[in-house]
Ligand binder design. Structure first.
Ligand SMILES: [Cu+2]
Length: 822
């Protein structure tokens, strides 16, 4: 294995020595950093734990925004800015912490290992307007030869941070705090890894420390009380590992501390302390971050270890989790069978697939329960899904799977992956999945008797025979017994085929990998009901029907909007469980785009940021960063080019809406180039994969340069169905009142992302009277941003939002609080 890599490495080296010179890392000047409002960076104290939470009040009131030239139309990026210090302990510091103020992303410790500032691979906006974020793939900088051979013992649990952009005032004043425990606190005493062989044979799963409870690859969600729960994550180890078979080999290798520096910026080669094949095992752990004291605590464990799962908050505040994988590289669950454990066969039947069993977290008891039930080695309610499946809560309380997920992770393949092409809905009440359609095509599956097609193809489905005969019988029955219905479906398909955009439609149909699925604003009908949800998918890689993982490698510009109508009368010939699915083609990106971050803005448009032009997981460091931001105009349903970002950010980039309508951009923590060491080919125009980018930038959309509406007074807490009074500066100018859920995002996924348009009237007193949805599936309890928007007064037609007011939607039965004066 390593010889193969060394050969590749040397071949690449040869190629590079002949080809080029330097590339630069990130890092921002120690002096003043302008983040779009002009401000001075707050130097950190020498207190290892940093100031107390309340010391870093965050507010976005009073920010000033100026534009000139193009930025008045395209917006502007400001920064980058980054945490100014690196704190660490090593053999030279004893139990003290060393604090170094530096612009560099990393420094070397006494053990000659890199200590780096964390990047925002996952981030959430807290109820108090601060942000909590955590690193991704921490430790890649210390890979000597190949991440595949070494990351089982070079990796470390990811650090977390709290970022505040400072108090009210004209400019941002970024400052950082370090939560406690710093790395989330899961499995501090090691994890009971599910190795291939009983007794952890051939692996170093028992020997590695500090990397059994990584937050990386966990999904995160905001609980109804505003705390942030991170679920799943990574237990790293090596299986097989040379050192676990020949311990002396490890002594010999770690005795070598040689380093072969490569020409500048190319990185360096070293001698690894051991070699083998890394395993990334999904954790059963869930931990909660409490912004009140910046602490992480552990809550109930799941029954399944999940690496790259997805979460959705249910109408009652409980949390649904699905997919993820238990062993990423070697998903063969023989250990418990060989160990003679009772669930040995059930585990074995989960092999070669991602986790098909979903679970629900009970908010009151803090415990998880499996959805459906185990029937011997079989299990009801199982569903084959990709990793980080794009899930959303529909207004009917069901969980919608939008036929998308991360394509290549690496690996993450499944013998069931053709099923990932079907859009489906999970009903928490019946604990059953229904298939609604083939993504991107307007074919009604139930018209072909195929609404249980994926269940009929799931070997561990106890009702498999019934679903299989139902599907085959239904298909034949419909083709023969209901030819009209079937003809109509063929017409639908043909309609699709006759569509001038047929190439776009067929090409873009089915599973879409490694891009966002944005829920467009939920708009009430004339009765104030929310009967439809729409989802924008753009870019990413194609699934090519059965190759969803690894996907098409080359990214695409194709975009589509998928619609699910709910609450329809049962029995309608194109209605499945009260739902109808349809899909339409919309304008393309200006070019192919893999892993873009998508943000729905309070003017109804969607912005796309960063990513690469091809799959940076299939071939890391050989993708070209895309820094042009693009805006999806909901009126024309087309993408327009906007400003260009400052730093290249491909894998594990993030973007998050701020309460004043700007967007915080961060992240970039890629896999080492070509799965080797920290080789930086940026000078070739490729993605800088020699480590992470800990910096942030802030994007100011052009609507912030207009005169903005202002919320003067609004309630801090509201109940479902409540009519609220909102005082604004000019009620008659108001176009929309919006409830935007605070973002919790990782890997382009935020299962709870939503903007709810509230029905409102202008009262005689010149106030707004707006109605909070009575339906908790439209606005699950939690912390939101209340925006109002208006048409710009300069006739430009631009939609201009206010600074948001913080609003908490209470869980049914929670106590009221007083009004907040703004
Ligand atoms: Cu990742």
């Amino acid at each position: 294995m390593t010889r193969f890599y060394r050969l590749i490495g040397l071949a690449l080296l040869g190629a590079l020595i002949s080809a080029c010179g330097g590339g630069g890392g990130g890092g921002s000047g120690a002096a003043a950093v302008d983040t779009g409002g002009g401000e001075v960076e707050t130097p950190n104290t020498d207190d290892p734990m940093g100031p107390a939470p309340e010391a870093d009040q965050a507010s976005f009131d009073g920010r000033r925004y100026q534009c000139q030239g193009e930025s008045c139309q395209q917006g502007a990026f400001a920064g980058p800015f980054a945490e100014p210090t690196i704190r660490y302990g090593d053999s030279s510091t004893g139990d003290q912490m060393k604090v170094v103020t530096t612009d560099d992303k990393c420094l070397k410790d006494a053990e000659n290992d890199f200590r780096c500032k964390p990047a925002a691979g996952s981030i959430a906006l807290l109820p108090d307007d601060r942000l909590v974020y955590f690193n991704a793939l921490e430790g890649t900088e210390n890979v000597e030869v190949s991440i595949v051979a070494e990351f089982g013992f070079v990796s470390v649990n990811d650090q977390t941070r709290v970022l505040s952009l400072g108090p009210a005032g004209p400019a941002d004043q970024p400052s950082w705090q370090r939560p406690s425990p710093l790395r989330g606190g899961a499995n501090v005493d090691g994890s009971d890894s599910e190795t291939l062989l009983p007794g952890k044979q051939l692996s170093d799963a028992e020997d590695t420390a500090g990397n059994d409870g990584a937050l990386f690859c966990a999904d995160l969600v905001q609980l109804a009380d505003g705390r942030i729960m991170a679920v799943g994550g990574t237990d790293y180890y090596t299986e097989p590992s040379l050192g676990s078979v020949f311990p002396q080999a490890r002594d010999v290798l770690s005795g070598f501390d040689a380093e072969f520096p490569l020409p500048s910026n190319f990185g360096r080669l070293g001698v690894p302390d051991d070699i083998g094949v890394v395993e990334l095992e999904g954790l059963k752990d869930a931990r909660i971050f409490d912004p009140d004291d910046n602490s992480w605590t552990q809550t109930g464990k799941m029954s399944q270890g999940r690496w790259y799962p997805s979460l959705v908050t249910l109408p009652d505040g409980d949390v649904f989790v699905a997919s993820g994988v238990t062993k990423l590289l070697k998903p063969v669950y023989t250990g418990s069978l060989l160990g003679g454990e009772e669930n040995g066969l059930a585990n074995l039947l989960q092999s070669a697939d991602n986790v098909r069993i979903s679970e629900t977290y009970d908010l009151q008891s803090g415990t998880w329960s499996e959805n459906g039930e185990q029937v011997g080695p079989l299990h009801t309610a199982e569903k084959a899904l990709p990793l980080f499946p794009r899930l959303h809560l529909l207004p009917n309380g069901q969980v919608f799977y939008n036929a998308a997920g991360q394509a290549f992770n690496p690996f993450g393949q499944s013998y069931n992956q053709a099923q990932w092409n079907f859009v489906s809905a999970y009903n928490p009440a019946t604990q059953r999945w229904n298939d609604l359609g083939y993504a991107g095509l307007n074919v009604q599956l139930n018209q072909l008797g195929l609404e249980r097609i994926t269940s009929a193809l799931t070997v561990t489905n106890p009702d498999l025979l019934e679903d299989l005969t139902g599907s085959v019988g239904g298909l034949l029955g419909n083709l023969l017994g209901n030819p009209l219905g079937s003809v109509e479906q063929v017409q639908n398909l043909l309609g699709d085929l006759a569509d001038p955009q047929v190439v776009n439609r067929v090409l873009g149909a089915g599973f879409r990998g490694s891009t966002f699925s944005i829920m467009m604003p939920l708009v009430p009908d004339a009765n104030g009901e929310y009967g439809k949800a729409e989802f924008l998918t753009a870019g990413g890689v194609l699934g090519l029907v059965a190759a969803s993982s690894p996907g098409s490698y080359l990214a695409v510009p194709n975009s589509r909007i998928d619609t699910v109508e709910v609450g329809l009368p049962e029995g309608g010939d194109d209605v499945v469980a009260g739902m109808r699915y349809s899909s339409r083609i919309v304008g393309n990106f200006s070019g192919p785009r893999w892993y873009p971050s998508g943000v729905l803005l309070p003017d109804g448009s969607v912005m796309a940021f960063n990513g690469g032009n091809r799959d940076g997981v299939v071939l890391p460091g050989l993708d070209v960063p895309v820094q042009l931001s693009e805006r999806f105009d909901p009126q024309t349903e087309t993408w327009q080019p906007m400003a260009t970002s400052l730093n290249p950010r491909t894998y594990h980039n993030t973007a998050i809406l701020l309460p004043d309508g700007r967007v915080l951009i961060g992240g970039h923590a890629p896999i080492n180039t070509a799965y080797l060491f920290s080789l930086n080919l940026e000078s070739l125009g490729l993605s800088p994969n020699d480590g992470r980018d800990p910096s942030f930038e802030i994007y100011t959309p052009p609507y912030l340069y207009k005169q903005r509406p202002r919320i003067v007074e609004a309630p801090a807490e509201v109940d479902h169905g409540e009519t609220i009074a909102v005082q604004v500066d000019d009620a008659n100018a108001i176009r929309q009142v919006l409830l935007v859920r605070r973002t919790t995002i990782t890997h382009l996924v935020d299962g709870d992302q939503r903007t709810v348009v509230l029905p409102f009237q202008v009262t005689d007193e010149g106030q707004l009277s707006a109605r909070i949805p009575a339906n908790a599936a439209v606005a699950p309890a939690g912390h939101y941003l209340l925006f109002v928007n208006r048409q710009a007064s300069d006739g430009s037609g631009m939609i201009v939002p206010s600074v948001a007011a913080p609003v908490k939607v209470r869980l049914a039965g929670a106590t009221p609080q007083t009004l907040v004066r703004r």
